[in-house]
Ligand binder design. Structure first.
Ligand SMILES: [Fe+2]
Ligand SMILES: [Fe+2]
Length: 342
């Protein structure tokens, strides 16, 4: 095991079990080969995962106070997506095994009692650590490539400093209020970053033109969602993000572009990106405008609620603005009333 220790010298294994004897036994037999952390309490374990990025593997008992091992793994993976989770249980029912596999939370499923001192156990732990790093590297490449593309998009469109990244931030804030699956959240995170990728194909002299655009130039700029959709669709690994590029200028009243889709024809994730895109544009400084006051933004989004943007998505953005303490609830309600009266 000496080699493995050297190769992954920072990696830590966290074992969560309410039976102290198990924790001690594990520590005694495995400590020499790996860095071990233990906890009797799931909430404490979550804090550890949150504060210690070196935790690579978490072993959980299915029956722990206040939280099942399944719930614990689900929460921990939200904090640390590449954490390799191992279920160690004394009551391995068929339904538990099926649920574990379906949720894709566990890399290994072990039945108590296990011999912590065995060679197989140590080999398994080493493989679990390896799995964590492989997962991290694999996803890191994808994440890095998408971020690089987003930087290129933002550089290309000289007016909009960090626009793609800010649209991503606001899409995530809005998306978190919906009951999205982990996969949909990842799609939203990636799609928001690439929503304007079609701008890569727009000539610089149009995109960076300081003055007013001619009707033809405006038409050319309006091709960017379609171009972006086509670009992403042509790459199988990115195709599922295409609608966030293609549909982010669509409107529920059918007056959007490029396809003039209506209400339910526009996917939810694209509607969220559209809202974040609009908010970002109003709240940022541009060469031709100052950032809008939050009250003015509220009035504007209330005005176009249901026509330019989905009603529920507008309401969710307004909730986020209050959560973020950018406006008080009283001022928000007042601004909405003023917009409705106008
Ligand atoms: Fe756009
Ligand atoms: Fe945009």
């Amino acid at each position: 095991m000496e080699k493995s220790k050297l190769k992954y010298s920072n990696a830590k294994i966290l074992y969560v079990d309410d039976e102290i004897d198990n924790l001690v036994g594990f520590q005694v037999h495995v400590e020499g080969d790996f860095s071990i952390l233990t906890s009797e309490f799931p909430t404490k374990a979550l804090e550890m995962v949150e504060t210690d990025p070196d935790i690579a593997v978490m072993i959980v008992d299915q029956v722990t106070p206040k939280m099942t091992g399944l719930e614990l793994a689900e929460k921990a993976k939200k904090i640390s997506p590449y954490l390799t989770c191992i279920m160690l249980t004394g009551n391995a029912t068929k339904s538990l095994a099926i649920e574990s596999v379906r949720k894709g939370l566990f890399w290994e499923f072990l039945e108590k009692p296990v011999d912590f001192s065995s060679h197989e156990m140590k080999q398994m732990l080493f493989s679990a650590i390896q799995e964590h790093y492989l997962d991290k590297v694999k996803n890191g490449y994808r994440e890095g490539t998408i971020q690089l593309l987003a930087k290129l998009i933002d550089d290309k469109d000289g007016h909009t400093h960090r626009h793609s990244f800010r649209v991503q931030e606001w899409s995530i804030k809005i998306g978190k209020k919906y009951n999205l699956s982990d996969h949909e959240m990842v799609q939203l995170r990636e799609g928001a970053l690439l929503h304007d990728i079609g701008k890569i194909s727009i000539p610089d002299d149009i995109l960076k033109k300081p003055g007013r655009l001619t009707a033809l130039e405006r038409k050319i700029i309006m091709t960017h969602p379609g171009r972006g959709g086509d670009l992403l669709e042509s790459i199988p690994q990115l195709a599922e993000l295409a609608s966030m590029a293609r549909d982010h200028h669509e409107r529920p009243d059918g007056k959007g572009y490029p396809r003039g889709l209506k209400a339910d024809e526009i996917p939810l994730l694209s509607s969220i990106v559209a809202m974040a895109d609009f908010y970002e544009a109003l709240s940022s400084k541009r060469p031709y405008k100052e950032p809008w006051e939050v009250k003015e933004i509220v009035k504007e989004v209330a005005r176009v609620r249901g026509t330019q943007f989905r009603e529920d998505v507008v309401d969710t953005l307004l909730e986020v603005l209050v959560d973020e303490k950018l406006i008080s609830r009283e001022d928000l309600e007042q601004s909405v009333k003023e917009a409705q009266a106008a």
